[in-house]
Design a protein around this ligand. Structure first.
Ligand SMILES: *[C@@H]1O[C@H](CO)[C@@H](O)[C@H](O)[C@H]1NC(C)=O
Ligand SMILES: *[C@@H]1O[C@H](CO)[C@@H](O)[C@H](O)[C@H]1NC(C)=O
Ligand SMILES: *[C@@H]1O[C@H](CO)[C@@H](O)[C@H](O)[C@H]1NC(C)=O
Ligand SMILES: *[C@@H]1O[C@H](CO)[C@@H](O)[C@H](O)[C@H]1NC(C)=O
Ligand SMILES: *[C@@H]1O[C@H](CO)[C@@H](O)[C@H](O)[C@H]1NC(C)=O
Ligand SMILES: *[C@@H]1O[C@H](CO)[C@@H](O)[C@H](O)[C@H]1NC(C)=O
Ligand SMILES: *[C@@H]1O[C@H](CO)[C@@H](O)[C@H](O)[C@H]1NC(C)=O
Ligand SMILES: *[C@@H]1O[C@H](CO)[C@@H](O)[C@H](O)[C@H]1NC(C)=O
Ligand SMILES: *[C@@H]1O[C@H](CO)[C@@H](O)[C@H](O)[C@H]1NC(C)=O
Length: 804
């Protein structure tokens, strides 16, 4: 095979092809010494032998061109996909610019002004017959006659890696500025000094690493710092392998050469696969599920929140206004007068569930709220502080901040932020232009007189120093050094508590879990390749301990963690919280929060669950699923929505459980479809499962959701007595018939609802709301997947109250 390839390569080098210059109407396959490609000549391109890739001048704006490589065939929307650029930051003129291969073997890009050298490979060919060619793999390379590769575009990627193109220690992927501006942006994928593949934001003002989770040490994030090799590639089968131990398969793994790994302008790294029939790129992997953890997306003094319906959203802090109305990355500025010399009165606005990552001027464990406020008042540069409870140690932690960046608000974050504002601002509160949007940090704070007995000069000096450090020496190298210095110094003393509070991810020992679960004696659930036990952890937290079956045990700890780290990133009040994991020997265990009231299945006929609560369960479950479908990738499908997987806390607040584990179960060598089939539960499975030809999409969960809702309303099991092998259960058909009869006008309007709902359930119901819920549920359980709404539409319909 190799020999054959070599032979073919040799032949193509030796035998002169008829298309060596642009004189022919067909594009050339190679550029010879002394010839050039010109921006003026239309169709002056190099094309790969299989015609998949084209190299030439690509228009990036008005009279602005970049020498680029792109996929020849446009997408369905007419756009071309550029995979490489020579001069992204210095486009050339639309006339008289050219790329020439000099007689000496140097490749040079010149602007209209011929003296201006825009880009060059600085190569020299001693054989006198080098050629520039575009490979079928998308590699543009300059090869001398003796076969030596003098230069190749694979060695200097811009924002995209193609299959088999290695990312090495000498290269990095740099995002483009925006969707339409191809010049270098702020996000980079690179190997750091410890040989770990990371994502960094290098904004105009600050720099920060945000992937893998900077709260975790490399090995806790499933990465290895051993070995000096630094290389990462994705192969033709969609397998990504990095020398630091990051492995993953794209969700469509298999032979599909049209893939690309792109550092996107929004700060996420994604793998795209081309859907050849529809000619669109589909995301088949992404580094970050919770987009708010990407730094720099919402600028200073603003916070980011995830919204199932609207995606990522930036909001100014109270009493702040947006600096640039069109671009959130500029952040927000105070709309109040800042008292530089402090007239002594500062108050604090309470903002629950807010976090600002990094830029702490201090760390104060075991501090009361008042002491923390005092501290922040004392530091002139203090903009506010993070205050949270560390359950494990039983103390409150205080983090005064000198910069408010990487703001994040999420109901699942159990900590608060206190924003420092001049008391006069709060009391007058006249500025109507202030953007408070959805924030509710109101509740007028009390004003306390500040004691002014401190050495301001000294404090100011040290903070200034810190600021200078971040601003001026914010280079990559520095950050890495500071970061690891900080980590190794402080990891034992303080980061642990913060880390667990922030990520909710803890590594448990098997012996401890065995003890906690009384030798795995109290079984509370089973199925989906796992058994769940109840246990009490050493800190008295009650946990659900889920033991995965042997299937996954041949997998290393790092690999296991890399996979479950996705679960750790899923954070939603309607998804069950994961606290930690254990991977020892053949044991693979996940530790979740324990839900007092068991599952919806246990409570279908319980009096605890009145109609109001049932409606809440419907909305909450829909929100949780909407988050899974729309904020994460399509492949974070649940695939097994059923009453047993909707858990209820002490207030019967619903949380979806058992999601995101499908990948573990795909390890026993069976085909993809096979395994997914094993995941569903009969009665709740969408018709698509039974037709191999139909794609599995998020609509399978929508169907199951509809069935569960109907079961909750009617109290009838979906399976009923229908054993005819059909997928559509008795219950759906029964409800649909009742609704149809009502629509035809027999019987009163509220009558049909009365006939459908479970008469044994306590409480009154609002017949309008119930009607909506039934209609939405029926729509979800449509046989045709395209007729079903998305989960976020379901949320909307239930909350807005229109049933269509
Ligand atoms: C050209 O592509 C083939 C596979 O298509 C690959 O094996 C070969 O190494 C490539 N050559 C260069 C110089 O990139
Ligand atoms: C792209 O962004 C850069 C940096 O902000 C800017 O200098 C350049 O003019 C922009 N290019 C286009 C075509 O908008
Ligand atoms: C990726 O898929 C291959 C089979 O195609 C399998 O051997 C490997 O374990 C998978 N790796 C991961 C990380 O899922
Ligand atoms: C806001 O940002 C955009 C794009 O970066 C820029 O074109 C515009 O001039 C800015 N507006 C203001 C008021 O700074
Ligand atoms: C953010 O707010 C602080 C005061 O709280 C202010 O000093 C700073 O300049 C603001 N940031 C920006 C980008 O305006
Ligand atoms: C926290 O501080 C209080 C009072 O200062 C002290 O009694 C307590 O032992 C401290 N707790 C810890 C865990 O240090
Ligand atoms: C959140 O913190 C409060 C104390 O401030 C505590 O009572 C509560 O149990 C915590 N909730 C979670 C989910 O950690
Ligand atoms: C905002 O806070 C005020 C006062 O604390 C309260 O009355 C109001 O209900 C809150 N609004 C929301 C949407 O939580
Ligand atoms: C304010 O800070 C200075 C210097 O760090 C310290 O000496 C002083 O005790 C602090 N004052 C208060 C009230 O905390």
């Amino acid at each position: 095979m190799d020999l054959l390839l070599h032979f073919l390569l040799l032949v193509s080098v030796i035998i002169p092809t008829p298309f060596t210059t642009s004189s022919s109407s067909s594009p050339p396959y190679a550029l010879k010494l002394g010839s050039s490609l010109s921006v003026d000549t239309k169709d002056d391109f190099l094309i790969s032998p299989d015609r998949v890739f084209t190299a030439g001048f690509y228009s990036v704006g008005d009279n602005a061109f970049c020498f680029s490589i792109w996929f020849t065939k446009p997408l369905s929307n007419g756009h071309l996909t550029v995979v490489w650029m020579a001069n992204r930051d210095a486009p050339v003129n639309g006339a008289r610019s050219k790329l020439s291969l000099s007689k000496t073997g140097n490749l040079v890009l010149q602007d209209a002004d011929q003296d201006l050298l825009i880009w060059t490979t600085r190569t020299r060919d001693l054989t006198g017959s080098a050629q520039l060619k575009l490979n079928n793999s998308g590699n543009l390379y300059l090869q001398s006659r003796d076969g030596q590769i003098l230069w190749q575009s694979f060695g200097s990627p811009t924002d995209t890696l193609l299959p088999n193109q290695p990312l090495t220690k000498d290269a990095m992927l740099v995002s483009s500025r925006s969707r339409t501006n191809y010049s270098s942006g702020f996000y980079k994928l690179f190997f750091d000094n410890d040989n770990v593949l990371r994502l960094v934001y290098t904004g105009p003002k600050v720099t920060g690493i945000y992937w893998p989770n900077p709260e975790l040490r490399a090995w806790d994030a499933g990465r290895s710092t051993y070995g000096s090799e630094r290389t990462a590639t994705i192969d033709l089968f969609g397998r990504f392998i990095s020398s630091d131990g990051l492995f993953f398969n794209t969700s469509d793994n298999g032979d599909q050469p049209m893939r690309r790994v792109t550092m996107d302008f929004d700060g996420n790294v994604r793998v795209y696969s081309l859907d050849a029939s529809r000619r669109i790129w589909e995301v088949t992997w992404q580094a970050i599920a919770q987009t708010c953890t990407i730094h720099g997306s919402c600028g200073e003094n603003s916070t980011c929140s995830n919204e199932p319906t609207y995606g990522r959203k930036c909001t100014c802090l109270p009493y702040h206004k947006m600096i640039n109305q069109t671009d959130w990355s500029y952040g927000c500025e105070p709309a109040f007068q800042q008292s530089l010399h402090g007239n002594g009165e500062d108050s604090f606005l309470y903002c629950p569930h807010f976090d600002f990552y990094g830029y702490d001027s201090k760390y104060l464990p075991n501090t009361t709220l008042n002491a923390c406020k005092k501290e922040c008042r004392n530091i002139s540069n203090c903009k506010g502080f993070q205050y949270k409870y560390d359950k494990k140690q039983g103390i409150f932690l205080c983090y005064p901040k000198f910069l408010l960046l990487n703001g994040f608000s999420s109901v699942s974050f159990n900590g608060s932020f206190y924003l420092k504002v001049p008391a006069s601002t709060v009391s007058s509160n006249t500025n109507k232009a202030i953007q408070e949007l959805n924030l509710n940090c109101s509740g007028h704070p009390t004003t306390i007189q500040l004691e002014r007995v401190y050495d301001r000069k000294k404090e100011k000096g040290s903070i200034k120093y810190l600021l200078l450090f971040t601003y001026v020496f914010g280079s990559l190298e520095m950050i890495c050094i500071i970061y690891f210095f900080y980590k190794t110094r402080n990891s034992v003393t303080n980061s642990q508590g913060y880390l667990q509070a922030a990520t909710g991810f803890e590594r448990f020992r098997y012996a401890d879990l065995r003890k906690a679960s009384k030798n795995f004696s109290i079984e509370i659930g089973r199925g989906g390749g796992a058994v769940v036990y109840k246990g009490v952890l050493s800190d008295n937290r009650v946990a659900a301990i889920k033991r995965l079956k042997e299937a996954s045990s041949n997998q290393g700890e790092a690999e296991f963690l890399a996979e479950i780290s996705t679960l750790g990133k899923l954070n939603h009040m309607n998804l069950i919280d994961i606290w930690g994991y254990c991977a020892e020997g053949k044991h693979r265990i996940l530790v979740y929060e324990y839900m007092e009231n068991g599952s919806l299945a246990d409570n279908l006929h319980s009096s605890k669950l009145d109609w109001d609560k049932r409606f809440e369960v419907a909305v909450g479950t829909a929100k949780g699923l909407a988050y899974l479908h729309e904020e994460c990738l399509e492949w974070v499908l649940h695939c097994d929505v059923k009453p047993h997987n909707i858990l209820l806390d002490q207030d019967c607040f619903p949380k979806v459980a058992d999601f995101g584990l499908s990948k573990f179960l795909d390890r026993d060598g069976r085909g993809n479809l096979e395994f997914i089939k094993a995941r569903g539960t009969r009665g709740y499975m969408a018709p698509e499962w039974f037709f191999v030809s139909q794609p599995i999409t998020s609509k399978v969960d929508v169907y199951s959701y509809g069935v569960v809702m109907l079961e909750m309303i009617t109290g009838r099991s979906p399976k009923g007595s229908d054993q005819s092998g059909g997928y559509e259960g008795m219950t759906i058909r029964w409800v649909r018939e009742k609704v149809a009869v009502a629509a035809e006008g027999y019987g009163g309007k509220s009558n049909w609802i009365e006939e459908i709902v479970d008469s044994t359930v306590n409480g009154e119901y609002d017949s309008i709301r119930m009607g909506i819920l039934i209609k939405v549920a029926l729509q979800c359980a449509e046989e045709n997947k395209d007729a079903r709404p998305t989960m976020s539409q379901v949320v909307d319909m239930l909350l807005r109250g229109d049933g269509h």
